[in-house]
Design a protein around this ligand. Structure first.
Ligand code: PRP
Length: 196
């Protein structure tokens, strides 16, 4: 079937797992909790590209204290990796983090490999503290133990898209989180043609 077959990519979704309202309510609660914990610390909130951008944009507007943001990008699963199979840093932070209070923001923690690698890298730079906030967590998929201080939702092991999460770069702009129909990802996407 493939992504958006028949021109309607909402037809690719099996069900809505988290509604826009459920997400926004939870994001507001996380923001309040984070603001209380980081009051007076001018945290550097670090979004992990690309999946976290939607969550990051909403979350920071709910953290009602002074903060700064920066972005990193690590190579995707199954893409470029170094000889030990670790993700590569494709885009580094723009600022030094020694002595800073860091809050890493992720859209989803699955195996934990990406986060574990990022935390090790940040730790080497001597920050005052590192916290982690993830909108979604799939505990059933965890391969490595990672500390998550703020979790939006624990979800079952389903293929989810929306609110920043993609399949083949599609669906990130959906305002909710949905389960993708298996026939979509079981049929690899084909290259776009001029008539698409
Ligand atoms: C996703 C997600 C996390 C990572 C989680 O990113 O944003 O960074 O995978 O998986 P893990 O816990 O198994 O390491 P992805 O590599 O799909 O890139 P994207 O953010 O650009 O979609």
């Amino acid at each position: 079937m493939g992504v958006g077959a028949g021109g309607d990519w909402r037809a690719d979704l099996a069900s809505v797992l988290l509604t826009e309202k459920q997400i926004q309510d939870r994001v507001a609660a996380l923001g309040t909790e984070i603001a209380a914990a980081y009051q007076g610390k001018n945290p550097l909130v670090i979004g992990v590209l690309k999946g976290s951008v939607v969550f990051l944009a909403d979350l920071i507007r709910r953290i009602d204290i002074p903060l700064e943001i920066d972005l990193v990008c690590l190579s995707s699963y199954g893409q470029a990796a170094n000889s030990s199979g670790q993700p590569l840093l494709l885009k580094d932070l723009a600022v030094p983090v020694a002595g800073r209070h860091l809050l890493v923001v992720e859209d989803i923690i699955d195996s934990g490999v990406t986060l574990s690698h990022l935390l090790a890298l940040l730790q080497q730079r001597g920050p005052a503290s590192i916290g982690v906030c993830a909108l979604l967590s799939k505990p059933a998929r965890r391969e490595t133990d990672v500390p998550v201080d703020y979790t939006g939702f624990e979800i079952p092991d389903e293929f989810v898209v929306g609110y920043g999460l993609d399949y083949a770069e599609h669906y990130r702009s959906l305002p909710y989180v949905a389960v993708l129909k298996p026939e979509v990802y079981e049929t690899p996407p084909t290259a776009a043609t001029p008539s698409d």
